[in-house]
Design a protein around this ligand. Structure first.
Ligand SMILES: Cc1cc2nc3c(=O)[nH]c(=O)nc-3n(C[C@H](O)[C@H](O)[C@H](O)COP(=O)(O)OP(=O)(O)OC[C@H]3O[C@@H](n4cnc5c(N)ncnc54)[C@H](O)[C@@H]3O)c2cc1C
Length: 332
C-alpha cells in the first residue's frame, strides 16, 4: 500500500503569475506541513510556467512539480483531471488542497471521484487533529448559518478552500526548494472540449477583492441612483463599491459586486456598510474586514453587533456629511 506523505497544493496561474488563492493555500499548507513535520508540495499545470515554480518556493513550498505541455494551455476538464489523477497516484500526498475557484470547483470533485475519496468543498478553516493527525475541514452549512467540521479517514484527504479565508506568507525569494518536471502524456483525441474565447471581467478602478477600503450598499439604498453617492465616498478613500444581495438581485448593480456567502469574500482595512441589516450570509463575505462601520436607521440592526463604529440614521443625511468630513481629514 502507498505511504501517503506531504501536503499538496494545486496551484493556479493567472496571466502567467501565481494567483492570490495559490499563495493563500501555500500559506495554509506551510502551517499544516510544519505541524505534521512533512513537506509542502505544490503542483502547477499549464503551457508555460515561467518563474511560477520559483515563486511557489518563495511562498513556502518545499517541492514544486511542474506539468508543462501545449495541450495544457487553457484549463480543460479532461486534460487537467488526467494529469492530476496520474500525479496524485504517483506522488501519494496525504492532503490535497485546491482553491474554491471555478477551476477548483470543477477539478477537485472529479478527481476525488476518480481517486475514490471524499472532498470537503468551500472550507474556511483547515487544521490537524492533534490525536489522529487527520485533516479537520471546517465549512459553512445551512446556508451559512452554522459551520461544521468534517474529517475523512482515507487518503488523500481533499478540500477546497474559499478565497481570502487564509493568509499568504510574505514571499522569501532566498528560500530554497526543489523543482521537478512531471512527464505529461496526453491523447489529444480524449480532450472533448475546446476553449473558444476568454472574456476578462472589466473593472474600472480598484478590484473589489484587492481594495483596502470598501463602501457597500444594501437594500436600504433604495435604487441604483444611491450607489452613485457610495461611489463618491469610495473614490475619496481610493477604494471600491460593493453590494449585498438585494441590490444585485434587483439589477441596481452588477452581480460581480455582491459580497457574501454566494458573492465575494473581502478582507479590507475598512468596510463601510450602508443600509445593510447584517444577515449571516452577508457577514460571511465581510467579517474578515479589520474595521466595519455601519450606517443604518434601525438601532437594532444586526450589523451593529459586528461593527466597530456605527451611525444610527438615514444614510441620505449621514453619508454626504460623512464624505465631506473624510475629504477634509484626508486633505488636511
Ligand atoms: C443561500 C443564501 C445565500 C445568500 N447569499 C448572500 C450573499 O452572498 N450576500 C448577501 O448580502 N446576502 C445573501 N443572502 C441574502 C441574505 O440572507 C439577506 O437577505 C441579505 O443579505 C439582506 O440584504 P440587506 O441587508 O441589503 O437587506 P435587508 O436585510 O432588507 O436590510 C436593509 C437594511 O437597510 C436599512 N435601511 C433602510 N433604509 C435605510 C436608510 N434610508 N438609511 C439607513 N438604513 C436604511 C434597514 O434598517 C435594514 O437594516 C443569501 C441568502 C441565502 C438564503
Amino acid at each position: 500500500m502507498a505511504e501517503y506523505k506531504g501536503i499538496m497544493v494545486y496551484g493556479e496561474l493567472i496571466d502567467g503569475k501565481l494567483s492570490s488563492i495559490t499563495t493563500e493555500l501555500l500559506g495554509c499548507g506551510r502551517r499544516l506541513a510544519d505541524e505534521l513535520k512533512e513537506d509542502l508540495l505544490c503542483i502547477l499545470v499549464g503551457d508555460k510556467l515561467g518563474d511560477a515554480p520559483k515563486k511557489a518556493v518563495a511562498y513556502g513550498a518545499d517541492k514544486v512539480y511542474a506539468a508543462e505541455d501545449p495541450l495544457l494551455k487553457d484549463y480543460q476538464t479532461d486534460s487537467y483531471v488526467a494529469v492530476m489523477e496520474k500525479a496524485v497516484k504517483d506522488l501519494s500526498p496525504r492532503i490535497l488542497i485546491f482553491g474554491q475557484t471555478s477551476v477548483g470547483r470543477d477539478l477537485a470533485p472529479r478527481l476525488s471521484f476518480r481517486l475514490g475519496v471524499s472532498v470537503s468543498m468551500d472550507c474556511l478553516e483547515l487544521s490537524i487533529d492533534p490525536g489522529t493527525k487527520f485533516l479537520q475541514q471546517t465549512r459553512p452549512v445551512y446556508g451559512g448559518n452554522a459551520r461544521a467540521t468534517f474529517t475523512s479517514e482515507v487518503f488523500p484527504q481533499m478540500a477546497t478552500v474559499r478565497q481570502k479565508a487564509m493568509s499568504p506568507l510574505a514571499p522569501d525569494e532566498a528560500r530554497k526548494g526543489e523543482i521537478a518536471s512531471i512527464k505529461v502524456e496526453l491523447d489529444p483525441a480524449k480532450i472533448r472540449t475546446k476553449v473558444l474565447e476568454t472574456v476578462k471581467e472589466e473593472v474600472a478602478g480598484v478590484k473589489l477583492e484587492d481594495a483596502q477600503a470598501i463602501v457597500t450598499g444594501g437594500r436600504g439604498i433604495g435604487g441604483p441612483d444611491g450607489f452613485k453617492q457610495l461611489e463618491e465616498l469610495a473614490k475619496v478613500l481610493k477604494g471600491a463599491v460593493g453590494a449585498s444581495r438585494p441590490p444585485c438581485d434587483n439589477k441596481w448593480v452588477p452581480d460581480a459586486m455582491q459580497i457574501g456567502l454566494t458573492g465575494k469574500i473581502v478582507t479590507p482595512e475598512l468596510y463601510i456598510a450602508v443600509g445593510i441589516s447584517g444577515a449571516s450570509q452577508h457577514l460571511a463575505g465581510c467579517s474578515g474586514a479589520k474595521n466595519i462601520i455601519a450606517i443604518n436607521k434601525d438601532p437594532e440592526a444586526n450589523i451593529f453587533k459586528e461593527a466597530r463604529f456605527g451611525v444610527v440614521g438615514d444614510w441620505k443625511q449621514v453619508l454626504p456629511a460623512f464624505t465631506e468630513k473624510v475629504k477634509e481629514l484626508l486633505a488636511g
